[in-house]
Design a binder for this molecule. Structure first.
Ligand code: DON
Length: 563
């Protein structure tokens, strides 16, 4: 009898032990038909609501984008710009560029003083930093081409959200507190955000609701030619900026051909110039394709080495060759061709690091990166979109148009103010990314859609300035090479190399000491301090059974919603 009890107890212990050993797979939200993953649950829910009403991914794009302008003023915007990559259910693909552009009065040396030095803060804070905004043109253009629901049906819930108010999260409380000084420096008067907002306070966006109502009634021209345009141009000029009504009237979102390339049995569809995202990601992934990353292991020394070396080379090219294709010739086919990349990687060895000075030269000092935002949508019809949108830094130029209810971008800093001098992300530019009137500044935004064996597999993207490209490609590799699900792939620790500064940035305390030591012995400089988080990735994965898994990054307040 006694022995029987002992045996039962022993078996229970063994079972419990093995339960503990077997970690439950990390899974994000799984739904059967449709999903939206974005930086705030309020925005994801509004996108989902539009899909439930029979809208498609492009209807949901307008709703989600505008809802982010309300619920996530840190990066969601009316005063910024972005890129969208799409794949329709029939396999057609395309991309929309609604990037900001330089005003007509912009000049190459507009951020330099009389002796040719960059004037601190001029391209990052206040009215001179502002590029002509593209977001309203972008969402209306996507809707014009592909939308199915009336504009009113889409914008009404966003207006209701702005009037009802949005709760402040802990992360938002911290960000608002950090930026109080910048808000004071950028604005003549106090703004809605010059206050110690606390977690769970609710902020009502009354003036933004009015602007959205005018947009709903008058369409995109309200923003570019109507009352809002007049107010905006006047406001920027009153604050010392150079954007005119003519700049706004001239703005157009542009359809582009996305960058496409194969990696094993995947076909990757990503953003083309004026973003560097697709080209740089293609360069890195094609350079590492022949290596057995899955055998090396996730975040193993050899995996980190080969990726960091490919990244080093791709970012050096980015800095020299890439810019707005309407102004400069970007040799993108050459840059992603097999022979070119083979040559580029010829100097790579697992024995030791290639110093960045041997790839090219320059000196850099970088400032901590701020915020952008990405959302992914797959609708119940099988259409997929990936959208990354930004004000550049968190709250953009910090200049807030109280009357219209939104922040203005500081995207002009993404131009190269002076060849060889790094921007806020430490990125160095050359002539290809010099400032010219009406030119679009080079971006790193990498909204991406992935097909596997010809079928939709994933929509993915992230904020993170220069780290966007490397975060997106690691997430794709996590799924494809390391067999992770979407949420697991998003959660995994990330690292980054961007040629200059010559260092591998790692998320702190998330990599093995042994790995770091080995890399250092091989000549790599590891920096775990620069970036507490690398990217805030959101994505949707089509599972083998056809269901959708969302990956919403807990590095932010991101959330998935679907049905
Ligand atoms: O377009 C770009 O590459 C930058 N303006 C993106 C900024 C960004 O991701 C900020 N977030 N960390």
């Amino acid at each position: 009898m006694k022995l029987k009890y002992i045996l039962v107890a022993f078996t229970v212990i063994i079972i419990c032990f093995s339960c503990k050993e077997k970690k439950a797979p990390v899974r994000g939200l799984v739904t059967t038909k449709a999903m939206v993953v974005s930086a705030r649950i309020e925005a994801s829910n509004i996108g989902k609501q539009i899909l439930e009403q029979g809208g498609n991914a492009f209807d949901a794009m307008m709703a989600t984008d505008l809802a982010l302008a309300v619920a996530y003023p840190y990066a969601g915007n009316l005063g910024g710009g972005g890129f969208m990559v799409y794949r329709l259910n029939n396999g057609d693909i395309g991309a929309l560029d609604y990037r900001e552009k330089a005003p007509l009065a912009a000049t190459k040396d507009m951020y330099l003083d009389s002796i040719g030095n960059v004037i601190p803060n001029l391209s990052t804070r206040g009215a001179m930093a502002v590029g002509v905004p593209g977001t309203v043109a972008g969402v209306f253009e996507a809707h014009r081409k592909f939308g199915t629901l009336p504009i009113e049906t889409i914008i009404k819930p966003v207006i209701a959200l702005a009037k009802r108010g949005v709760f402040v999260t802990k992360k938002q409380e911290i960000r608002l507190a950090e930026k109080q000084q910048d808000f004071k420096l950028a604005n003549k008067d106090s703004i809605l955000f010059t206050k110690a907002w606390k977690e769970n306070d609710s902020i009502k966006y009354v003036n933004l609701a009015k602007t959205l109502t005018r947009l709903m009634k008058n369409g995109r021209d309200e923003f570019y030619k109507g009352e809002s345009a007049k107010t905006l141009a006047q406001f920027v000029q009153n604050n010392g900026g150079i954007i005119t009504e003519e700049d706004l009237a001239n703005y157009e979102a542009k359809w582009r051909t996305p960058i496409t390339f194969n990696y094993d049995n995947l076909r990757i569809i990503s953003m083309s110039p004026p973003s560097s995202g697709g080209v740089a990601m293609a360069q890195v992934l094609k350079s590492v394709e022949e290596y057995d990353l899955d055998k090396f292991g996730h975040n193993a020394v050899k995996t980190i080495q080969v990726l960091a070396e490919a990244e080093r080379r791709a970012y050096a090219d980015r800095s020299y060759y890439l810019g707005d294709p309407d102004f400069v010739n970007v040799p993108q086919d050459k840059l992603i061709s097999d022979t070119y990349l083979e040559n580029r990687m010829a100097s790579f060895s697992f024995e030791k690091a290639t110093p960045s000075t041997e790839i090219s030269h320059g000196t850099v000092d970088i400032v901590e990166s701020d915020e952008t935002t990405h959302y992914s949508i797959i609708d119940q019809f099988g259409n997929a979109i990936a959208v990354t949108t930004t004000l550049n830094s968190g709250f953009g130029s910090k200049l807030y148009c109280q009357e219209l209810g939104f922040f203005l971008n500081n995207e002009m800093d993404d131009f190269s103010s002076k060849p060889g001098v790094p921007n806020v992300y430490g990125l160095i530019g050359a002539k290809a990314n010099a400032i010219l009137p009406e030119k679009r500044m080079l971006s790193s935004m990498t909204p991406t859609i992935v097909e596997k064996d010809g079928k939709l597999l994933m929509s993915v993207g992230t904020p993170g300035g220069s780290t966007i490209i490397t975060s997106v490609l690691q997430t794709i590799l996590n799924v494809h090479e390391f067999k992770m699900g979407m949420q697991e792939a998003v959660n995994a620790p990330r690292f980054h190399h961007q040629w200059l500064p010559d260092e591998i940035r790692m998320e702190p305390n998330r990599f093995k000491t042994e790995t770091i030591n080995t890399l250092e012995q091989k000549g790599y400089t590891i920096n775990e301090e620069r970036s507490p988080v690398i990217g805030i990735v959101d994505g949707i994965l089509v599972l083998p059974d056809g269901k959708l898994e969302g990956g919403a990054d807990s590095r932010g307040d991101d959330a998935a919603a679907g049905f």
